[in-house]
Design a protein around this ligand. Structure first.
Ligand SMILES: [Mg+2]
Length: 193
């Protein structure tokens, strides 16, 4: 059985669009930008705000809504049909203070298939005192059991391909994978031998 490594935010869920529609747009009703115009992640430049303001808003959203985010329905349907054919691991980069919310969310929504959860703390300030893996690629090299990595972050996918490991850049408005739809991406996973 092949082992698939899934990013959590904006792959298993729709964090950016949920944050954007349910928090940002409500607080900034004059903003005319559509979700599909968020061509960068983090989106602070596109939205014309500071990085601090963006992170503050996103963190507040994770605190208030992080537990109740809906899973992406296309992905959930795929797991229901194809999930049993593979082993699955969740690999997320998130501030450590939200790791418990993310882990519980993954187990509650995808625990039928995803049995392992690994976190790379993001935004950690005291990295000299942290002896563990700093990046997803470092973790994947050390762990050595991944067959395919699915992530919406360009830089992460590039670093994974350099390992080298198979990887799918999950189509989102902020990455270069404009041709492949999420349906196509899921179909290409289904085709794995
Ligand atoms: Mg992501």
């Amino acid at each position: 059985m092949k082992t698939l490594v899934w990013d959590v935010d904006d792959v298993l869920n729709n964090l950016m669009s949920d944050w954007y529609e349910h928090r940002w747009r409500r607080e900034n009703s004059r903003s005319t930008l559509g979700y599909n115009q968020i061509s960068e992640n983090p989106p602070n430049r596109v939205l014309g705000i500071s990085m601090e303001a963006y992170l503050e808003s996103l963190d507040a959203f994770r605190r208030s809504d992080g537990r109740s985010l809906e899973p992406d329905l296309e992905v959930l349907r795929w797991f229901e049909k194809q999930g049993h054919r593979f082993r699955h691991v969740a690999l997320t980069a998130v501030p450590i203070e939200f790791a418990d919310i993310s882990a519980a969310w993954v187990m509650r929504n995808f625990g039928k298939w995803i049995r392992s959860f690994h976190v790379i703390p993001s935004r950690s300030t005291d990295s000299t005192q942290d002896p563990y893996d700093k990046t997803k690629a470092e973790f994947l090299v050390r762990w050595g059991r991944a067959d395919l990595v699915i992530d919406d972050n360009n830089a992460i996918i590039e670093s994974v391909r350099e390992i080298p490991l198979e990887a799918i850049l999950w189509p989102r408005p902020w990455n270069q994978n404009k041709l492949l739809t999420r349906m196509n991406a899921l179909e290409s996973i289904t085709q794995l031998p």
